[in-house]
Write a protein that binds this ligand. Structure first.
Ligand code: PMP
Length: 416
């Protein structure tokens, strides 16, 4: 008998499992709206031109494959914090005391501890490990619903979590009062996990006015905001607009955590490139936090991969590539917005009962929450070959305008 006899079969991942089922389907109209990955109008994966150019630069330069430091590539860490907070943000402005100051002293004045992580997921996991070690008993509040992996991450890090209300099924919109009430009711000093933009899975974001109120309540309760920013630039098409929630909190002088990912906005899914940023009220605290993040990373994976970090540093650090990136990001965000519009129009034209579909247009980013329940989502897959997660989420990035009408038929049939 095997020594592993008592290990039972793990359930398939609810998101990645959808792609497996899709692959096995041979129907010609099949659609994979499960995983959040950008596709072209021909429904093919897309490698950004700026990424290819950055990779060529790396080849020309003959960059080597030596280990990175535990905290990752310095040039990456610098630009990733600048992209997030804005280059002129006080927390990342380097106060140079002397002209010939060495690097170590420059970093001493930063109020943010930034280290490269294994994309968004790995960065969240590091932050969870930091919470587990230095805030024993602290709770993390996550939105209901949220990206499924959030619960796994905190469970595995042995961090307690509970949910705050977020989605209102009656309006297919934000349950703002419920959200505020639950954040108020949480024990003082809790971590409040917030999606910086393009909430996954609902596509429903607070308005700027609502963000101010959320910040008020978090401040009153002495909570610590913890942003998950997986879609900067991908939601609105503008890097600055999509970072405005984080910047609003940072401008109040609040201490906060931000996990970043370049999977979507630079299409670097498999390169596993992202960062964790911890904004502290003093530069001294930031230096200490950074040292502990490195200490947590070292036994987990020693040091992060270099390829994606170099791509980001090259793209953001080169004005020509940076501006080309913004154009490509606008193009991707634009394609998603246009299929969103087309799906909405098709639904309105085909629906005979006068159902209001306007919630689809109010949502933002890659996903749309259709309001379909599990049985209805099953009908989408079993009858219509439309693969999606069972919470009713569809990824519009996997939809072509040619297939909008088909999808509208499937949604209407499944609703009734
Ligand atoms: N957070 C959210 C809300 C996400 O949607 C995703 C990607 N699906 C991630 C984090 C992390 O993705 P990755 O690890 O590829 O950066």
């Amino acid at each position: 008998a095997s020594r592993f006899e008592n290990i039972t079969m793990a359930p398939p991942d609810p998101i990645l499992g959808v792609s497996e089922a899709f692959k096995a389907d041979t129907h010609e109209m099949k659609l994979n709206l499960g995983v959040g990955a950008y596709r072209t109008e021909d429904l093919q994966p897309y490698v950004l031109n700026v990424v290819k150019k950055a990779e060529n630069l790396m080849l020309e330069r003959g960059d080597n494959k030596e280990y990175l430091p535990i905290e990752g590539l310095a040039a990456f860490n610098k630009v990733t914090a600048e992209l997030l907070f804005g280059t002129d943000n006080q927390i990342i402005l380097q106060k140079k005391k002397r002209k010939s100051v060495i690097d170590v002293c420059v970093f001493c004045s930063l109020k943010v501890a930034t280290i490269q992580g294994l994309s968004g997921t790995g960065s969240l996991r590091l932050a969870a490990a930091l919470i587990e070690r230095y805030f024993p008993g602290a709770k993390v509040l996550i939105s209901s619903p949220t990206w499924g992996n959030h619960k796994n991450i905190f469970n595995d890090a042995r961090v307690q979590w509970s949910e705050y209300r977020y989605y209102d099924p009656n309006t297919v919109g934000l349950d703002f009062n419920g959200m505020i009430a639950d954040i108020k009711a949480a024990p003082d000093g809790s971590f409040i996990l917030l999606h910086g933009c393009a909430h996954n899975p609902t596509g429903i974001d607070p308005t700027p006015e609502q963000w101010e109120i959320i910040a008020d309540v978090i401040q009153e309760k002495n909570h610590i905001p913890f942003f998950d920013v997986a879609y900067q630039g991908f939601a609105s098409g503008s890097l600055d607009t999509d970072a405005s929630s984080v910047r609003l909190f940072a401008a109040r002088g609040m201490e906060l955590l931000v996990a970043q990912s370049y999977s979507k906005n630079l299409g670097l899914y498999a390169e596993r490139i992202g960062a964790i940023n911890v904004v502290c009220s003093t530069a001294d605290a930031a230096t200490r936090v950074k040292s502990q993040l490195k200490r947590l990373a070292r036994p987990m994976y020693s040091n992060p991969p270099v390829h994606g970090a170099r791509i980001v540093a090259n793209v953001v650090g080169n004005p020509e590539l940076f501006s080309e990136w913004k154009d490509e990001m606008e193009m991707m965000a634009g394609r998603i917005k246009s299929v969103r519009q087309k799906l909405y129009s098709s639904l309105c034209t085909k629906e005979k009962t006068g159902k209001d579909w306007s919630f689809i247009l109010k949502q933002i980013g890659m996903f749309s929450f259709t309001g379909l329940n599990k049985a209805q989502s099953d009908n989408m897959t079993n009858k219509w070959h439309v693969y999606m997660t069972k919470d009713g989420r569809i990824s519009l990035a996997g939809l072509s305008s040619a297939k909008c009408e088909y999808l509208a038929d499937a949604i209407i049939d499944s609703y009734h």
